[in-house]
Design a protein around this ligand. Structure first.
Ligand code: SAH
Length: 509
């Protein structure tokens, strides 16, 4: 124990692609990272677990099989660790399964740098689970072999004895084998593997882009080619593949294979994204707006100083609630400053934001919109002082309605900034036809999104090849104003509601 030194480098498995298949330890390591060196196949969403201040470097330039190009990544890693930084080397799947994590650990050991290795869900396990293929089964397979189909090109002779593998008494899981699929199958058959052994190729296992092709071993290369399956994919060979017909589940999810663009600010997109993940969608996060501090804290601080003089405090968004509480704390107060003030929330999400601070709203209208909130409040606020915590942009309907019978102070607690640049590369995914649906979750988001579209993107949308789903009638109205067609509208104006509308649209029922 006396020799213990805090690790500086963390070799972390990122899992196979589904953002939920990350370990808790990986999240802990990421959340303390100063530098994240990540592989190309790692989902960009995982990087959001790292502090915003952490440096992120993608090691794309490092082609899959070019060991000789490793040194400069290793050098970056060593230098950062020597400067005392906490470095996370985030690798697809498991770091020690065909991930060269072993070589990195050897290098760190040689350099005297303490490290930790965090395992991850390796592609072969994910392919089994998400394609419905049990890698072992009491009746069909008592062993599993993880095999590389692409060996180090420096080796002159194959280290793999395919005659032994052909006789292996269990399931073969072959990584990096797509470019040599034909040879691999020939080798296995030549050495005695039965031509009709059940076999499959699973591409992008565990993601909404997963594609699986199943065929008797001899026919697998032709079937995979016909389906256009490429790397990254694993090849599974063995009797257990035959169970897939009954056990497959992921590919039947209602949004399976659909690409969905989420345009919410990142810090609010998590709930929506994980609902979509569970339904099998490929989720792309591309915030159209960002939440920032208000242009001036003066009016906010003056309102907080005389908080006791208000009878009602009205919130029209989740962001308003968080901004309010943060500023309260920042100015040296706490929730006791609220005293007996009554709280109103525009909808269920805003109500939940209050509850996250143990505050129960006194009023939540049945329908989530300004008109309903105004209506519900009018009978209650007559002759009283009302504080309205809101964004810099938005409708004045609530203030105007309440001002008819109450003394209303409207204060900007946060502002919204459009962050999608017109013609930005990140939006080009629309015109490239990579997106099936876009979720628009507020009128400001709809306007910011519309402003960033170029004519080609618009064409895709007008042609119905990209469908837009609106969270509420107010959002739909804003969409129509900027000439965006509404393919579906949520019945309940929440994340759950917008996802439900999308599912209906995508599945046609
Ligand atoms: N360390 C990684 C493997 C890296 S080698 C792991 O444990 O999963 C790269 C190979 O992994 C690819 O050629 C492919 O065979 C496989 N692979 C990685 N991600 C995959 C995925 N989502 N679906 C199928 N195969 C995948």
């Amino acid at each position: 124990m006396s020799n213990y030194r805090e690790p500086r480098v963390f070799l972390v498995g990122a899992g196979p692609g589904h953002p939920g298949l990350l370990t808790l330890r990986a999240v802990e390591c990421l959340s303390q990272a100063d530098l994240v060196l990540y592989d190309r196949l790692v989902s960009p969403r995982l990087l959001d677990y790292a502090p915003t201040t952490a440096e992120r470097i993608c090691v794309t330039e490092l082609a899959e099989h070019h060991v000789e190009r490793c040194p400069h990544v290793n050098q970056t890693l060593l230098e950062a660790a020597r400067q005392g930084k906490r470095v996370v080397r985030l690798k697809g799947g498991d770091p020690l399964v065909f991930g060269r994590g072993g070589e990195e650990a050897e290098m760190l050991r040689a350099a005297g740098i303490a490290y930790e290795i965090v395992p991850g869900v390796t592609a072969g396990l994910a392919a089994g689970a998400y394609a419905g293929i049990p890698l072992t089964h009491r009746l069909h397979a008592s062993a599993v072999a993880f095999v590389t189909g692409h060996e180090n090109t420096d080796k002159h002779e194959s280290a793999l004895d395919w005659s032994l593998l052909a006789r292996f008494p269990g399931t073969l899981v072959i990584y990096m084998g797509m470019s040599r699929l034909r040879h691999i199958v020939e080798d296995l058959i030549k050495h005695g593997k039965k031509v009709d052994t059940p076999a499959a190729v699973v591409h992008l296992a565990s993601t909404g882009g997963q594609r699986t092709v199943e065929a008797p071993l001899a026919d697998l290369p032709a079937a995979a080619q016909k389906a256009g399956l490429k790397s990254p994919a694993v090849i599974l060979v063995g009797e257990v593949v035959g169970l897939r017909g009954e056990l497959a589940w992921f590919e039947q999810r209602p949004l399976f294979g659909k690409s969905v663009l989420v345009t919410r600010p990142k810090h609010q997109a998590g709930d929506l994204a994980s609902r979509l993940d569970q339904l099998g969608a490929m989720v792309h996060l591309l915030p159209a707006i960002e939440i920032r501090d208000p242009p001036d804290w003066g009016p906010v601080d003056r309102a907080l100083e005389r908080l006791g003089s208000f009878q009602w405090l009205v919130f029209t968004s989740v962001n308003g609630v968080h901004a309010f509480v943060r500023r309260l704390r920042k100015t040296g107060r706490d929730l006791r400053a609220l005293g007996a003030i009554r709280l109103a929330a525009i909808g269920p999400a805003t109500a939940d934001a209050l509850r996250s601070y143990y505050l129960e709203p006194d009023l939540v209208p049945e329908e989530y919109r300004s008109e309903s909130l105004a209506e519900a409040l009018t009978s209650q606020v007559r002759g009283q002082r009302v504080l309205l915590a809101r964004a810099d942009r938005g409708r004045d309907l609530l203030r105007d309605e309440l001002a008819k019978m109450a003394e209303v102070t409207q204060v900007v607690f946060y502002s919204q900034a459009d962050v999608l640049q017109p013609g930005s590369e990140s939006l080009a995914c629309l015109s490239r036809g990579e997106i099936d649906h876009v979720l628009l979750t507020s009128s400001n988001i709809a306007r910011a999104f519309a402003a960033a579209l170029d004519p080609k993107d618009r064409e895709m949308i007008q042609a119905g090849r990209v469908q837009l789903v609106s969270i509420s009638p107010v959002t739909s109205a804003a969409m129509l104003e900027v000439d965006l067609p509404v393919a579906a509208e949520a019945k309940e104006y929440t994340s759950a509601g917008v996802v439900e509308a999308l599912v209906k649209l995508a599945t046609g029922n």
